[in-house]
Design a protein around this ligand. Structure first.
Ligand code: PSV
Ligand code: MN
Length: 414
């Protein structure tokens, strides 16, 4: 018996002894999909320097090929988010993009408008004091709604760089109202059965005020805008020490958690590999999500089933595909651990006010070595047991490096 099989037998036995349905746990892990971002496969950098990476994708076709490779290695990354205009195809031929994605065995996920990189947006997009610039931003977002139709996407991810740098620069009230007007127009143009996810960020690039600074603002607007509007939680967009899992739970109960942009950070919006700095926080977030999936309350279960799990990272010095694969795997590992939480026992301890024991129960689960479980799941899914090792052994990195070479073209962020 291989080491993996022996370790799996032991773990499966202990899971059964704890009353867990082993087959259901494996099925849940197999069905937990993580979307990757097209911009994560291209060159990117900081405001100091974008170091070119040999083989980094330069075209949308190449980004799709890379996303498909990540999917082949992991089996759970079958969709890729597009960023417009970075991913506008030649002759606007979205049918060709769709066709190529389907040949590669993947599909198009969220559509991300870009209302922050044109010179006109110096003072913002939907919050801009100039109505003509607001119109320009709005037109672009409405065009993205059409692109959703053309690509079969049911998610519009909205992130705004809008804000002000100096007190007195603009009226905070006027900016709030301009945003509300713009977002309302967007909500009326959404394709049927699609959702708009409002992303918040408390700082940067504006330094004095940010127009969508926090989940409260995104939540308040999504309430006003109706059922198709929800909140997008990007892990890098909070002040230090903010309890993200608590935000997640609140939004789930209110039916307003639309999705995630996973990444990790040490100081700010650093775009690091998911779980690389704080895997415990990632586990705690997943613990709330899995609790919601298993909730007795129907609307919480439905809301949890519709959460869009996406990665938002632009890797600058560590390569492109391997860190993306690692991020997907780290999400999967946190999800797997959260499946193992004995929820009935935890609830009993909580209700009896047994603080130390409830905390200890949760932390013990977070320390479980789920690698034999994941190895078993991957074997059953017919994907590599060691996806990172398999990626390096596949020759793909050398192949794209040779075919694509070293380019200074950035797929988005410079
Ligand atoms: C900028 O902070 C950002 O990383 C946001 O998180 C967006 O989601 C992403 O860029 C794509 O525009
Ligand atoms: Mn984001």
């Amino acid at each position: 018996m291989s080491d993996h099989a022996a370790a799996w037998d032991l773990l499966a036995e202990s899971m059964t002894n704890q009353g867990l349905d082993v087959e259901a746990v494996k099925d849940n892990i197999k069905n937990h999909h993580i979307e990757t971002p097209s911009w994560g496969y291209a060159n990117s950098g900081t405001r100091f320097k974008a170091f070119p990476w040999s083989g980094a994708a330069q075209t949308t076709r190449e980004k799709l090929e890379d996303a498909a490779m990540v999917h082949r290695m992991t089996g759970i990354a079958s969709s890729v988010a597009l960023h417009i205009p970075w991913d506008v195809p030649e002759d606007n031929d979205y049918a060709a993009v769709l066709q190529y994605a389907s040949e590669l065995g993947i599909r198009i996920g969220a559509i991300n408008p870009n209302v922050f990189q044109d010179n006109e947006y110096r003072l913002g997009s939907l919050g801009n004091p100039d109505p003509a610039i607001r119109e320009q931003g709005l037109d672009h977002i409405l065009e993205c709604c059409e692109i959703m139709d053309k690509t079969g996407s049911d998610l519009l991810s909205l992130w705004f760089a809008d804000g002000t740098n100096y007190a007195g620069q603009d009226s905070l009230l006027a900016r709030k109202r301009r945003f509300e007007q713009g977002l309302e127009v967007v909500s009326k143009h959404l394709p049927a059965d699609s959702r708009m996810l409002i992303e918040y960020k408390f700082f940067e690039p504006a330094f004095y005020s940010t127009d969508v600074p926090d989940w409260g603002t995104a939540y308040a607007w999504s309430l006003k805008l109706g059922d198709q509007a929800q909140v997008l939680v990007d892990l890098g967009h909070h002040a230090q020490a903010v309890n993200i899992e608590q935000i997640v739970t609140f939004l789930l109960d209110e039916g307003k958690l639309g999705g995630f942009h996973f990444n990790n950070r040490k100081y700010a919006d650093d775009d690091l590999i998911v779980g690389s700095v704080n895997p415990y926080e990632l586990f705690l977030i997943y613990n709330e999500l899995v609790a919601a999936e298993q909730s007795e309350v129907e609307h919480i279960r439905t809301g949890a089933a519709n959460v869009a799990y996406m990665i938002d990272q632009a890797h600058n010095v560590e390569g492109k595909l391997a860190p993306m694969i690692l991020s997907v795997l780290n999400c999967q590992e946190a999800y797997a651990k959260a499946q193992l939480v004995p929820r009935t026992r935890l609830k009993e301890l909580q209700e009896e006010g047994r603080v130390l024991e409830s905390h200890h129960l949760l932390t013990e689960v977070s320390r479980t070595d789920v690698r034999p479980l994941l190895a078993q799941v991957r074997t059953e899914m017919d994907v590599p047991v060691d996806p990172i090792g398999a990626y390096f052994a596949s020759g793909y990195e050398a192949q794209i490096s040779e075919e694509r070479g070293l380019s200074t073209i950035s797929g988005g962020y410079q």
